[in-house]
Design a protein around this ligand. Structure first.
Ligand code: AMP
Length: 496
């Protein structure tokens, strides 16, 4: 039965002589090439003494070999743990130690500074660069005697959450979590073996590693693998692509480029956005420029993808669409599920939902209910016909003078003002109100914000302070770093 990642996604590649991965400036890789490489990677891991269930931590640049190492780890029964390339050695130490990784794979340029961390954690160190070189790749020649048999409930990967509050947690994802979601998305978004996906996302995150890669493997399509989002490279590759998956910043950056025209995008079948909110204004500007309505979906490390706007149907700007087939979703208030139209915490349940946080039973118990519902921490509202709108993270909710302020409502009001590009609304400590609403705004000049908002929003929602900045702090997935903003502005109303 094809119910593991190897049997369903990788094994069919063994005999595939068509191109699986294209990359600028290097030879194309067929399915069979990739499968051989993955077997080699699996053989390398076994030759290093790794046993099924062991963890490997990988902080390496994006490459075909990186993806082959993911596949090879799965084939060796080893748990794959990708790490953001921006993490510092001190952060890497935490992940390697927390996961008890037996092998750390890093960029050769970082090997010297990570050697001590690896040996201190009892892990071996190998290297993998962005062009298929490194000490681990030298071992890829060792073939694999046999693919280690796995079941659907075996763990395939640990993905650490971004850890904006407290310690980062290792989400344990099984074969079934990943495979069921890949199959659901492939069907929902009508992928076929004729598709070519423009892949400019990082591969240490669920979006680039699982959503993008697994969907292509599940359908026999191909991908153009770009090391990162570079507008020149993306525009050059676009004519050969049929689909693209991106974070919202990809789309705003394309819209900023006059070379991105209706003609260039005309042949495309689908543009997908996720990982952070896509402004309704971006959605509309994209449609005006290209004629395409971006398909926005919503997911997270722990749950894979939960909701998606429809492929054939109404793609509603500012919403993340109804729950995907096989995913149950409810909006919870303090006393239980809420009716449509009311804001609460989004919970989801289904085969997509992870198996808990590694070594953190108490955190797992706080967020994963015994009956399988996962408390996402996102605040949202569902329309009568099932469409979900995310109004922010629970921890970003502002309580000012005892009243709830949903940042998104204030941000939308500010973003609609003439001259404003975008905004982030946060709560900072205030001696009278507990928290005060503060708006950080990117605009042409310094337009009046307070005046027009006074007519549109209740007094308690109006910002007590507006700051203009050149750009908002964002991480690589395009998420605005509200924790960093709260830190910057925390002293604004300090009592003197
Ligand atoms: P991560 O685990 O890094 O993928 O982050 C997941 C979080 O990103 C979710 O809990 C949401 O807060 C946010 N997110 C993902 N997709 C969207 C979206 N389409 N709109 C708004 N927020 C999103």
């Amino acid at each position: 039965m094809s119910n593991t990642l190897h049997d369903a996604l990788f094994a069919p590649l063994a005999t595939r002589e068509t191109v699986l991965i294209e990359r600028p400036g290097a030879a194309a890789v067929t399915g069979a090439d990739f499968y051989r490489m993955a077997r080699g990677a699996a053989g390398a891991l076994i030759s290093l003494g790794l046993q099924p269930g062991d963890r490997i931590a990988v902080q390496a640049p994006k490459s075909v070999e990186f993806l082959a190492l993911y596949a090879g780890a799965v084939m060796a029964g080893v748990i794959f743990l990708p790490l953001n390339t921006a993490y510092t050695p001190a952060e890497v130490r935490y992940f390697v130690e927390d996961a008890g990784a037996r092998l750390l794979v890093c960029d050769p340029k970082d090997a010297a500074r990570l050697a001590e961390i690896a040996s201190g954690a009892g892990a071996e160190l190998h290297t993998l660069d962005g062009t298929g070189g490194g000490t681990l790749v030298d071992l890829f020649a060792s073939d694999l005697a046999r693919v280690v048999p796995r079941g659907p409930d075996d763990r395939a990967a640990f993905l650490y959450t971004s850890g904006t509050t407290g310690r980062s947690k290792g989400a344990m994802l099984t074969h079934d979590n990943l495979l069921s979601n890949a199959e659901t998305l492939a069907e929902a978004w009508k992928f076929t073996d004729g598709d070519v996906l423009l892949h400019a996302l990082p591969v240490f995150h669920t979006h680039g590693l699982f959503v993008a890669t697994n969907v292509i493997l599940a359908t026999g399509g191909a991908m153009i693998l770009l090391p990162k989002f570079d507008p020149d490279a993306v525009l050059a590759a676009l004519p050969r692509a049929t689909t693209m998956m991106g974070v919202p910043t990809f789309y705003t950056r394309l819209l900023d480029d006059p070379r991105f025209t209706r003609d260039l995008a005309g042949h495309m079948r689908l543009f997908v956005s996720g990982s952070a909110p896509l402004l309704a204004a971006t959605h509309e500007a994209f449609e005006a420029r290209t004629g395409h309505r971006i398909l926005e979906r919503y997911g997270m490390t722990e749950t894979n993808m939960n909701t998606s706007n429809p492929y054939a149907g109404d793609r509603r700007a500012g919403t993340v669409g109804p729950p995907l087939p096989g995913v149950e979703l409810r909006v919870m208030g303090p006393d239980g599920p809420l009716p449509s139209g009311e804001i609460g915490v989004i919970e989801v349940r289904g085969r997509n939902v992870f198996k808990g946080y590694w070594n953190m039973p108490e955190k797992t118990a706080e967020e994963l209910r015994p009956d399988g519902w996962f408390i996402t921490g996102d605040l949202g509202v569902q329309s009568e016909d099932g469409y979900v709108t995310i109004v922010g993270r629970g921890k970003d909710l502002i309580i000012s003078g005892g009243l709830n302020v949903y940042p998104k409502e204030v941000e939308e009001a500010i973003d609609a003002l003439p001259g404003v590009t975008e905004s982030a609304v946060i709560g900072v400590p205030h001696p009278d109100f507990g928290e005060a609403v503060v708006a950080v705004v990117v605009a042409d000049g310094t337009p009046d914000v307070a005046g027009p908002l006074a007519e549109r929003l209740a007094k308690f929602k109006q910002p007590k302070h507006v700051s203009f900045v050149d750009e908002l702090p964002r991480n690589t997935m395009g998420k605005v770093q509200k924790a960093a903003l709260r830190e910057t502005y925390k002293g604004l109303f300090a009592a003197t």
